[in-house]
Design a protein around this ligand. Structure first.
Ligand code: UDX
Length: 433
């Protein structure tokens, strides 16, 4: 099948590449000439394990092309995916200007029946707006489908090739057939395609992210209580997760959730509900807990040292989570801004996100090439992202480099008892044992 993807960001690039890899002829379109030139030269603008190799393979086999020419990309496509950004608007709603502009451009370019697919995370009712926008500029037949993407950064290819489910909101048989055919290579009975109406599909995406964010904030609240009552959240987490109705994933307390999706989507869902006269109190509390959580490590440090003025700290991990260089809404921003705002200096290491972090912090902090380089003469270490390479360090070497062996472990990657045995003063999240 010939398809086009408008927007070569995270979602667009991964979807385009994976569809090409299952034999389709895919044109990835973007208005950013620099980005398209990079991609044509085989360079991938984002860090995602396995993506570069897969792009190169499909470009070589001539199934995947990159262009700034939307008309050329769209005109013979049976399905066109809109995967452009939906930044947060002024009052917390998702800003749809890029989606609607792309929809009209697609409408002008299409030559025969086309399925136009909303892939970006868009508020309930957007498919109707997209339909209206296209109908204004063309007489060609088309359907609008909502097909939200659930992939996680760092595991994007795996998530796309082996999705738990594919959600497709489509109102006609014709559109359902085309979408079903496209996704057939990736689904089996136990991870099905779920066909529904467009509004339900749109809401499913927000509800899924809001539910996951709720689990995290819930565990962060429980971890705060653990500290008060003298329990260990790691035991509590396991005890909860073992219940099949609850399950283990997304129960890790930490420095708060970040990234391009959870903070924005929770806010947008609250805003949507408000537009319909409904106050989602639970989700507002989820947000409040997350804000508190992002400040937790710095508060613990202030309590421990008295003042942070003139102190020097190492930070391990800058990206909002491991296996990505994405700094969007990264909890490291709140932690580092908190530290330098209180008069401390910071030297940070991240295996891949330093270049992205430089755009956030500039030269207000120092960057270390290797994890141990971020420890020399420091008054303490903050672990903010749980990269695997931080899990089994040489503790004796760490101690010999640090001025005082104090660790604020924002991801509970170390064992408190073991850290104390090694002579560290250790602060985890919700852990006393
Ligand atoms: C998320 C959704 O998982 C995905 O389905 C959707 O398509 C996009 O948003 P992503 O933003 O890539 O994906 O990250 P995810 O792995 O879900 O983590 C989000 C945040 O929650 C991170 O900051 C992470 O550190 C935090 N988190 C996750 C926790 O604090 N505890 C957990 O147990 C899990």
């Amino acid at each position: 099948m010939r398809i086009a993807i408008i927007g070569s960001g995270y979602v667009g690039l991964v979807a385009g590449t994976c569809f090409a890899d299952s034999g389709n002829d895919v044109a990835c379109v973007d208005i950013d000439e620099r980005k398209i030139r990079m991609l044509q030269d085989g360079q991938v603008p984002i860090y995602e394990p396995g993506l570069e190799e897969l792009i190169k393979k499909n470009v070589k086999e001539k199934r995947l092309t990159f262009t700034t020419n939307l008309t050329e990309g769209v005109q013979n496509a049976q399905a066109v995916f809109i995967a452009v950004g939906t930044p947060e608007g002024e009052s917390g709603e998702a800003d749809l200007q890029y989606v609607l502009a792309a929809a009209q451009a697609v409408g002008r370019a299409m030559k025969q029946y086309t399925v136009v697919v909303d892939k970006s995370t868009v508020p309930v009712g957007t498919a109707d707006k997209v339909r209206e926008a296209i109908a204004k500029v063309t007489d060609v037949e088309f359907d609008v489908v909502s097909n939200p993407e659930f992939l996680k950064e760092g595991a994007a290819l795996d998530d796309f090739f082996k999705p738990d489910r594919v959600v497709i909101g489509a109102d006609t048989e014709r559109a359902r057939n085309i979408m079903g055919e496209l996704y057939a290579p990736f689904v089996r009975t136990e991870n099905p395609i779920l066909f529904m109406d467009t509004r339900s599909a749109e809401l499913t995406k927000y509800a899924a992210n809001a539910m996951l964010a709720t689990r995290i904030s819930f565990m962060n609240d429980i971890s705060a209580l653990c500290e008060k009552v003298g329990a260990d959240v790691d035991f509590v987490r396991k005890g909860l997760g073992a219940d099949k109705r609850i399950g283990y994933p997304f129960l890790f307390p930490g420095v708060g959730y970040g990234g391009s999706c959870f903070p924005k989507d929770v806010k947008a869902l609250v805003t949507t509900a408000r537009e319909y006269g409904l106050e989602l109190d639970l989700l507002r509390a989820v947000e409040r807990t997350n804000e508190r959580q992002k400040k937790l490590l710095v508060n613990k440090a202030v309590k421990h040292y008295g003042t942070l003025e003139g102190k020097k700290f190492g930070v391990w991990g800058l990206a909002f989570k491991p296996k990505t260089d994405d700094m969007r809404e990264a909890p490291s921003i709140e932690v580092i801004e908190g530290l330098i705002g209180k008069g401390a200096t910071v030297i940070a290491h991240d295996p891949v996100a330093a270049h992205a972090a430089k755009r956030v912090f500039g030269d207000r902090i120092r960057y270390a090439e290797l994890p141990y380089d971020a420890l020399e003469g420091v008054d303490g270490l903050f672990v903010v992202t749980e990269w695997n390479e931080f899990r089994h360090p040489d503790f004796a070497r760490m101690k010999s480099l640090m001025k005082t062996p104090v660790v604020f472990d924002g991801r509970n990657i170390f064992q408190p008892a073991r850290m104390r045995e090694q002579g560290f003063t250790y602060f985890g999240i919700g852990r006393n044992k």
